[in-house]
Ligand binder design. Sequence first.
Ligand SMILES: Cc1ncc(COP(=O)(O)O)c(C=O)c1O
Length: 394
Amino acid sequence: MKFFGYGRQEINRADLRAVRKILKSDYLTQGPAIRSFEAAICDYTGAKFCVAVSNGTAALHLVVAALNLPPGSKGISSPISFVATTNALIYSGLIPEFLDIDPETINLDISQLESSITNETSVVIPVHFAGRAVDVRRIKEIIGADKIAIIEDAAHAIGSEYSYGGKVGNCQYSDATIFSFHPVKTITTGEGGAITTNDPDLYHRLGLLRNHGIQRDPTKLSSNPGPWHYEMQEIGFNYRLTDIQAALGISQLSRIEKIKKRRCEIVELYHKLLSGYNRIVLPLRDHDRNYCFHLFTIRIDFNQITLDRKILMERLKARGIGTQVHYIPIHTQPFYQENFGFSWGDFPVAEQYFNETISLPLYPGLTDRDVRFISEGLLQEVYSEVHESRWSTS
Ligand SMILES: Cc1ncc(COP(=O)(O)O)c(C=O)c1O
């Protein structure tokens, strides 16, 4: 039986050729493919600088570390994201804070931002959930002259554009943007991530911290006894991407517009096939906004029907339809409750969304026929007790 995961990579012959070429070359890591991948990301997003790293979590960690945000200060983000988003704050001794979400966009509710900022706030991390771009310009306006950093978490959003124009990742209103290239994401390098920025100092620091904090620039060394010499001037990490991964990334990025188009077509088809059903709330119909959708998240009010989410997901799985829940609100994770005093009830809009949401399969390899099969399977299961009662009375 064919099985549709909620997300899946798409690897073509050009990808295989690109990877094979690197495997036969002199450099498997720290070679020219990394620079080329970084240049391609700059070209595509419009940012001045890019640093490719080993995954999206490393990208977040590195930016927080490179910005030198004070330990004990606070970072504001959305509870509907993967835990990596705010874990990056904790790695550097910052305290995570959350804003509730906008129930329509599922992004953090910017209207609550102004009243949440205090003189302890050092950073805001908007997450472009499912590929729907946050209004970062508005966040910048709210922050005004305050020295508060903005790091965009665009793990879901390479290829999306802001409502005011420009590609996500151009960093017009932020200090840095991070991307993830995990296989379920829009383009993949297996594992991988990248940071874009327009700030040359931040760029140089990111490069140092990616490689143990090791300085090799002779003009910045305290002594220079010979060509072998390097200095570790601060603590860094090994967050390098390999050239094998970078080659895959370059190949994938070269067809991102095609991937984006197909993702949008699938979203449009889901809207066509699933609209008008009283038990299913569809996500905002905003394909005209030039987003590159990463997830298709429907909502079902399970309190209104005699079917719970676990059973629905199991029944769909038995039909070959994989689904997922994006996400368990971060503040409800045991670690966050125990260490930062959060509890259920803190962010009711996010929690209600979590109780109702299911992500349906969305990736370019799905055919229209697959999307029809998934939609029909979903409708049959969601309305199953109606069918059962019809059968039992006939
Ligand atoms: C919103 C968000 N941020 C960050 C990450 C971390 O990316 P990675 O898995 O590449 O470390 C993810 C990954 O799922 C994510 O969804």
